[in-house]
Design a protein around this ligand. Structure first.
Ligand SMILES: [Zn+2]
Length: 341
């Protein structure tokens, strides 16, 4: 097969052939022309004509990449003398009117936008992001118009942040089919109501359950338009509120316990190092609450301090005090009971 015929077959546009291929700096320019007898299609009404009126200057239309290089198709659009539309530019069936991308390339970009962010698609294909946005928007609208909307029984409503600051959009999901079925700007009751009004009474009646977070406008609107639907709260939001409530309720208790831990009791005994610890070792407490308190000595040298005993519930216990230390440390200072060696 000659190379010209092979390249024309690779082009894959019926009625058109490749006349010349040029490799430019970073792109591939493919000059194409009509095959003999292919005819012309009116860009207004779509009628076909065998002859053209004249030709316009050369246009460039972007197509699939070839071996990593952007590919531009060059052709001269014809004008036809249409009895109904007058002198009109032809509208080939492989390109949308006044567009600079082929049909198949736009569909390819739209499919890429389904799985990648628009900015990534623009960077991948070396295109302006506004062009990719425009193409994606057009094909999404076409898809929404031509695809029959299935009956939704379990609807999900959630909000997403769309810009910096408190700017939100509300997204509606078909939870069974995992499809996005609606998107409105804002999260107020007015915006959400707009979706349900467009959705229609019949579709609203078919909804059995609606899953949402604890946002009051969502609940109010669902109650108004889908009174038969069961409202189910999102588990994530419920757990968030629940953990916040637990933390809030535990905070005073924790702070109270923490503060008690470091406040000395008015008659707490003064700890002294054990006789067994060395001079360099850290002092070790020898008293323990479970240790028995010794009774006051009979000789009267360890008389209890009345002021310290009556100020505390522990006054019923028999606490021994040393007069010499209590005079220096105040009436609440007590000493440990003598350890039995
Ligand atoms: Zn026409």
């Amino acid at each position: 097969m000659p190379h010209e015929k092979l390249i024309s077959n690779l082009l894959g546009i019926p009625g058109w052939r490749v006349r010349e291929v040029r490799l430019e700096s970073e792109t591939l320019a493919v000059e194409i022309d009509r095959e003999a007898g292919a005819g012309y299609r009116c860009g207004g009404c779509g009628d076909k004509f065998l002859f053209c009126y004249d030709h316009e200057p050369t246009r460039l239309v972007r197509d699939f990449q070839v071996w990593g290089r952007a590919c531009w198709l060059e052709f001269s659009p014809a004008r036809v003398a249409c009895p109904r539309c007058g002198i009109r530019t032809e509208g080939p069936d492989w390109i949308r009117l006044h567009q600079r991308q082929t049909f198949r390339y736009e569909l390819y970009l739209a499919h890429l936008c389904d799985i990648l962010p628009v900015l990534d698609v623009a960077q991948l294909e070396g295109m302006d992001k506004s062009t990719v946005y425009r193409i994606d928007r057009h094909w999404l609208q076409r898809r929404a118009e031509t695809t029959p909307m299935p009956e939704v029984r379990r609807l999900g409503i959630d909000e997403i942040a769309i810009r910096k600051g408190h700017r939100y959009a509300t997204v509606f999901y078909d939870l069974e089919r995992r499809l996005v079925v609606g998107l409105v700007e804002g999260r107020a009751a007015k915006a959400v109501s707009r979706f349900f009004r467009r959705w229609g009474k019949r579709a609203c009646k078919a909804i059995e359950a609606v899953c949402m977070d604890l946002w009051t406008p969502f609940m109010r609107v669902v109650r108004r338009y889908c009174p038969q639907a069961t409202i189910v709260f999102d588990k994530f939001h419920v757990f968030t509120y629940l953990s916040t409530a637990i933390k809030t309720s535990r905070k005073p208790t924790c702070s109270e316990r923490t503060s008690k831990r470091f406040i000395a009791h008015p008659i707490a005994p003064t700890l002294r190092p054990s006789s067994k610890t060395g001079s360099g070792a850290a002092p070790r407490a020898v008293w323990h609450p479970s240790s028995p308190w010794p009774a006051a000595s009979d000789d009267g040298k360890r008389a209890s301090s009345p002021s310290s005993l009556t100020a505390s519930p522990m006054a019923s216990r028999k606490v021994s005090t040393t007069p010499s230390r209590s005079s220096s440390a105040g009436p609440t200072a007590t000493t440990l009971p003598p350890t039995s060696s």
